[in-house]
Design a protein around this ligand. Sequence first.
Ligand code: NDP
Length: 335
Amino acid sequence: MTAPLRVLVTGAAGQIGYSIVIRIADGTVFGKEQPVELVLLDVPQCTAILEGVVFELQDCALPTLYSVVAVTDEKSAFTGVDYAFLVGAMPRREGMERKDLLAANVKIFKSQGKALAEYAKPTTKVIVVGNPANTNAFIAAKYAAGKIPAKNFSAMTRLDHNRALAQLALKTGTTIGDVKNVIIWGNHSSTQFPDVTHATVKKNGSESDAYSAVGDNDFLQGAFIATVQKRGGVIIEKRKLSSAMSAAKAACDHIHDWHFGTKAGEFVSMAVPSDGSYGIPQGLVFSFPVTIDAASREWKIVQGLNFDDFAKGKIAATTKELEEERDDALKACDD
Ligand code: NDP
């Protein structure tokens, strides 16, 4: 039998957790031939809920689910993990300032970074979903340094990427398979820059760039960007609950592509520690277009893309926000 992969989901008693675990357990993420040891972590107050999730997973009778355990301590959670989905994070409570939220999350991700360093495999790969995701990933990587390389830490912007693909397909009357190479630059926040400058659309057998396919620059630089940026809020307004199903699916897409590689000629958006590409400060966890090599499972930032002044302005704004978040987070680490 293929050795099982040990996969951790934190915040597993939550909304996204409930949608994510089935995809990991049923082979959607790592393949139908790959057994998975699933570890579910949440806070002790959620023990009964976690137990319910474990029971449901057992009842799914999944051939790929080698084992599933629920835990509430970091040592049991992080020991020997190959992949970690860090979903659990402090939610924003009424009256809470952005800084209070950041400080609360810095504490969680500092502790989890240390736990990763101490207990996880040095090859472990991490996706942070819990917000503020980019900065939480930055903090976790900082405290795992020396044991786990920073390049193994990432934050999720794949949901924004998927939203951009879907909006482009809807606008051009095509389907998802016809649209590729949209980019989300920067932070998973309202300053993100959904960019279609390098995207292509296949229609009636021929491929063209997104600007020609849409034929409406005002839309692409206005309503399109706003729709992608504000989609999460609109879903909360309509569903009275956040977009957990699509967030879980996107996190699974992110790890699936990290594990299996991206398709030839295609790139995806991932927030990863900057190597200085495109002038983004080194180490900032910033969403870039990346390709992933299936054999090495290493991502590479797509190079050589050009920016017009509009794009430069958008990228500067999201970089500034991330630098401020990083500085506040570093201050909170010392407090
Ligand atoms: P969700 O499962 O809905 O969300 C979890 C995190 O994902 C939040 O930080 C949320 O950010 C973020 N997120 C990112 N993208 C999206 C998206 N598109 N839609 C919704 N959320 C998104 O939260 P729940 O409150 O249902 O569950 C969180 C769980 O985490 C709880 O069970 C809690 O006990 C647990 N937790 C665990 C910790 C741990 O294991 N140490 C620490 C803290 C909490 P946002 O808040 O901006 O919506």
